[in-house]
Design a protein around this ligand. Structure first.
Ligand code: SF4
Length: 210
């Protein structure tokens, strides 16, 4: 089985196991998802959802983030790590969106990564999960680890891993593959204790010890 065939088999099996896969971050609007994704750096989605449950009731529009004092915004997210920096990024982001994009979240990677605090991973997550647009593949810590374990890449740099995955994955699955590998990473292929025995990929994974 070559890598392209393997990736299709992986997607087929993981879609069977996780048929309704989507990002675990809760959001109502594309800007909510951008905020949630920025907050999620180096913390769990569950922590972020706890904070955004209240945050999204108080801040309904991009303008709300721009006009509040930075201290108040930071205070509203203070249970999240790096809340000072994250608060600053979010407020800068709101100001840039209002100044350059009429307050709308843009729909291309190039425009998204031109915003403060937004890298390719965040841009890809927002494009797929908020707009259904597949422009790239979001490589988070789970995708990075599992793509290597599955023998889909030898690279360690997320941008190079993204390129490797884009070469072997049909475009229609670029959004799904991230969410599927994240689910596998959370439930089965955990960093410290991958459970090869119950993994639906164990017969095609070079890292299985079964
Ligand atoms: S077989 Fe093991 S290493 Fe491979 S993807 Fe499954 S849990 Fe991870």
């Amino acid at each position: 089985m070559d890598k392209s065939e393997k990736v299709l088999e992986i997607i087929k099996r993981l879609k069977k196991k996780y048929p309704n896969v989507r990002t675990a971050l809760n959001f109502n609007t594309p800007f909510d998802l951008l905020v949630a994704t920025i907050l999620s750096a180096q913390t769990t989605d569950a922590n972020v959802n706890k904070v955004t449950e209240k945050l999204f009731k108080k801040y309904k529009k991009v303008e709300d983030y721009a006009k509040v004092s930075l201290e108040e915004l930071q205070n509203d997210i203070k249970s999240i790590n790096y809340y000072k920096n994250k608060g600053k990024y979010i407020q800068d982001l709101a100001n840039h969106l209002l100044e350059r994009f009429n307050g709308e979240v843009p729909k291309t990677i190039d425009e998204l990564v031109s915003l403060p605090g937004v890298g390719r991973k965040t841009a890809n997550i927002v494009l797929w999960n908020a707009f259904g647009i597949n422009e790239g593949i979001a490589v988070d810590t789970h995708v990075k680890r599992i793509a290597k374990l599955l023998g889909l890449t030898e690279n360690t740099d997320p941008n190079k891993i993204e390129e490797d995955l884009m070469k072997i994955t049909p475009n229609e699955f670029w959004g799904d593959i991230t969410n599927l590998l994240i689910m596998l990473g959370r439930e089965i292929c955990k960093a410290k204790s991958p459970n090869h025995k119950i993994c639906p990929l164990n017969d095609i994974c070079p890292s299985s010890n079964l």
